[in-house]
Design a protein. Structure first.
Length: 261
């Protein structure tokens, strides 16, 4: 099992930590917020569409690698305020052991994905962030520069909505400059219609919309095979994901994963 972090948010700081904090009442500029949408790896099945290819335990370990690599990448992006938006609520302590110390942990709330996204983004915008984004944890090789681009556009007030299209018809990122509940209500989640319907609703609302470059999620055996091929060709990838997936192939757990048609 991939290792957990030795420390997490909320632990007592060192003297150096306190020395780095703003002093004299000065405040750091408020940054656009990015929340990683995450299921706690040890609180129920994850990556269930891979359970025919991997055991549930290996699928959970793979997802943990995806999540920790995503959190580490965002932790290096200084222009955003990182948030880990988790479910279920009782997983706070478990997720705190995975998150870098600069992350704020927030429990998801709402009856479905649309309500959870709307609530989370609204809360961040109400707190004064000049833009709020939600990003998945299923696209491990997504260039973090795409997130930086979205943050910059929202912070500048150049757009109302940023979307990162997934090749399966959904989106890996959504960013807003103001709450837009109509984008989330009665949405057929987990279908190939999500992105198109979101763009259609945004147009009807008159929102200035920017589309990032498309990327792919890893949900199926074909996706996992593609991930392995692309990381192998590149000679690396997100650290934990690269080691874990490479080891699955080296040990013969995965062989000849089919390419997409």
């Amino acid at each position: 099992m991939p290792p957990r972090r030795s420390s997490g948010p909320g632990e007592p700081g060192t003297l150096l930590d306190y020395a780095r904090r703003p002093c004299g009442g000065l405040r750091e500029p408020v940054k656009p917020a990015v929340e990683v949408m995450a299921k706690a790896p040890d609180f129920g099945p994850v990556k269930s569409r891979l359970h025919g290819t991997l055991t549930p335990e290996r699928a959970t370990d793979l997802y943990r690698c995806f999540l920790m690599d995503r959190l580490d990448a965002l932790a290096e992006l200084g222009q955003v305020a990182p948030v880990l938006a988790f479910t279920p609520p009782e997983a706070r302590e478990s997720l705190a052991s995975l998150a870098p110390r600069d992350f704020r942990l927030v429990a998801q709330r709402g009856a479905d994905l649309g309500a959870r996204l709307d609530n989370l983004l609204r809360d961040l915008l109400d707190q004064g962030h000049p833009g709020a984004m939600a990003i998945d944890s299923d696209s491990p090789t997504l260039p973090i520069s795409y997130v930086a681009q979205a943050a910059a556009r929202l912070e500048a007030g150049a757009v109302d909505l940023v979307l990162g299209p997934c090749e399966d018809g959904g989106y890996y990122l959504i960013g807003l400059g103001a709450p837009q509940p109509a984008l989330f209500a009665d949405m057929p989640w987990s279908t190939d219609r999500v992105l198109a319907l979101t763009v259609e609703r945004a147009r009807a609302l008159g929102l200035r919309t920017h589309l990032l470059a498309p990327w792919f999620d890893v949900d199926t055996a074909s996706d996992l095979g593609r991930l392995h091929r692309e990381m192998t060709a590149a000679g690396g990838g997100p650290a934990r994901t690269f080691v874990f997936v490479s080891d699955l192939y080296r040990r013969g757990v995965l062989t000849g994963t089919p390419a997409p048609p």
